[in-house]
Design a binder for this molecule. Structure first.
Ligand SMILES: [Zn+2]
Length: 146
């Protein structure tokens, strides 16, 4: 049984490299160019993404851990890293109708993980896209009772 201060959090870092193109299909090319600038380059471009997965919950009194790091790593590897690493994000089905911005990527990663990391709870997704672009997303939790 896990008890203790529910406000402890742990953040693990993951990485993947992927290509994308910021583009809205139903808008004219000149409008896309105006909105997205060089990120609208037809050939796409790549990023080395860094994902920070922050989980919160009680500390197990026996192990002293909030979460099983190996189990968390396995889930993130399977649902995020393996899915996107060395892929073109625009060809992933989830981005069929959604622009491959850091905002949307962070929200999608939250949705993939939020139900998969019990008994800990997801607190935040952080996503570094470039040196100057960092995104954070805190979505709805399935169970807010801690
Ligand atoms: Zn980009």
């Amino acid at each position: 049984m896990i008890t203790g201060n529910p406000h402890v959090s742990v953040t693990r870092r993951y990485r993947f490299s992927a290509a994308h193109r910021l583009h809205v299909d139903h808008l004219p090319d000149d409008v896309n160019q105006k909105i997205f600038g060089k990120c609208n380059n037809p050939n796409g471009h790549g990023h080395d993404y860094t994902v920070f997965v922050t989980v919160t919950g009680g500390v197990d009194p026996h192990t002293g851990f909030l979460t099983d790091h190996d189990a968390l790593d396995h889930v993130v590897q399977e649902k995020v890293v393996a899915r996107f690493d060395h892929q073109h994000l625009n060809y992933d089905p989830v981005f069929g109708k959604m622009v491959t911005t850091g905002e949307n990527l962070a929200k999608f990663i939250w949705g993939e993980l939020v139900e998969s990391i019990a008994p800990a709870q997801l607190e935040k997704i952080g996503l570094i896209e470039t040196r100057d672009n960092y995104f954070e997303y805190r979505g709805e939790r399935q169970n807010t009772k801690m």
